[in-house]
Design a protein around this ligand. Structure first.
Ligand code: GLA
Length: 361
């Protein structure tokens, strides 16, 4: 429940990545969409910051020159101030209340959603003049430089620039992108395994180090500049990891073409091969995600794959709108029987606009 109405209402989506898993930190291709599940921030300007989260049942107050991290959700708010100040901006405070329909920790970018909500609020309330791209880049720096997560730009970019009814096919090196209309009659089902992603950060950083090491040996900045033939001289582990990334970049391009042509069967098959490749050669899946993917196919999905970082969190399935409820409930039933220790949830997602601020006061 929102317990007060502010002068500003910010609606900030989450993101679901359709394809392009673990490609963004080597400046590869991705194709995410912004979700209709979203964070909502009601706010009024004030001198200091007073912010509460109904979802997390806690609140914090801090002055805008008191930006020590406290290892809690408020670090995403404090981090926005720290990064904005480092970039030469000096926004004042706000009093705000956060509610959300996004599941937290499910791999749907609830943290990027919060960062962009705060960035967009400060941009509007204090006339910072930031473009959406710039807000995305600054929010990525909140993660990289303040929170200490070495993520790529995908999540923040999708949350900032998402478009209603479209996925975005993005070149994360140049940040050029193509909105790809999502065809009528099919839906993205998101199935959260209920597996918390405890060791994700160290595994993520390890993968990143491995592929960055490989790019350095090949003397290129972006994985899109690497061909299969270039991989031959690399040490086996680097060859395997970067090999996956190179194939994934190619799959993003094929998946974009398939979506544009309305070739849903092909699109689904590409997603499935992406899942198998990331599971076998990037070791970023887990038995629960593999089970969801295989069960989704048996239940009639065109294709399915893990989304987000992996090792738990959520998988997506591409399903006919007409059958989505029956597919979802049959995956859920099979999953609960197989993994009674987990508490899964599913969500039907629509591609939505990026962060929006409404000034009501
Ligand atoms: C996380 C990161 C993204 C991206 C994905 C994997 O969501 O925040 O930058 O690397 O993992 O595709």
């Amino acid at each position: 429940m929102v317990d007060f109405e502010g002068d500003y209402t910010v609606r900030s989506p989450g993101r679901v990545n359709l394809i392009g898993g673990h490609t963004d930190y080597t400046l590869g291709y991705v194709m995410p969409l912004a979700t209709d599940l979203q964070t909502r921030l009601e706010a009024t300007v004030s001198e200091d910051v007073h912010v509460s989260s109904s979802a997390l049942e806690s609140s914090y107050s801090f002055a805008t020159d008191d930006l020590e991290p406290v290892e809690d959700w408020v670090d995403y708010v404090k981090g926005c101030y720290a990064i904005l100040q480092a970039a030469g901006y000096d926004p004042g405070g706000f009093r705000g209340d956060i509610t959300t329909t996004l599941p937290i920790g499910a791999g749907l970018s609830s943290s990027a959603s919060l960062e962009l909500a705060v960035m967009a609020l400060l941009n509007e309330a204090y006339d910072l003049g930031l473009s959406r791209e710039r807000m995305a880049r600054l929010s990525q720096r909140v993660e990289n430089d303040y929170v200490g997560v070495a993520c790529g730009i995908m999540d923040q970019f999708a949350v900032a620039l998402g478009q209603d009814g479209h996925a975005l096919s993005i070149d994360t090196e140049t940040l050029t992108y193509t909105p790809v209309p999502f065809p009528d009659g099919i839906e993205i089902l998101v199935f959260h395994t209920g597996v918390s992603r405890g060791l994700v950060e160290s595994a993520y950083n390890q993968r990143r180090e491995t592929v960055e090491g490989a790019l350095e040996k090949l003397d290129v900045d972006s994985s899109t500049a690497v061909t299969e033939a270039d991989l031959v001289g690399l040490p086996p582990r680097e060859r395997e990891r970067l090999g996956y990334v190179v194939r994934e970049n190619a799959r993003v391009q094929r998946a974009q073409a398939a979506l544009e042509d309305g070739e849903i069967q092909t699109f689904g098959e590409i997603l499935l091969s992406a899942h198998r490749d990331i599971a076998d050669h990037y070791d970023a899946s887990c038995k629960e995600l593999d089970f969801v993917v295989e069960t989704a196919l048996e239940a009639g999905a065109y294709g399915a794959r893990l989304t987000g970082a992996g090792w738990g969190g959520a998988a997506i399935a591409v399903v006919d709108t007409e059958t989505v409820e029956s597919v979802a409930t049959s995956i859920e039933a099979a999953y609960r029987e197989q993994f009674p220790e987990h508490d899964p949830h599913y969500y039907r997602i629509e591609a939505s606009d990026g962060v929006r601020v409404t000034h009501t006061g």
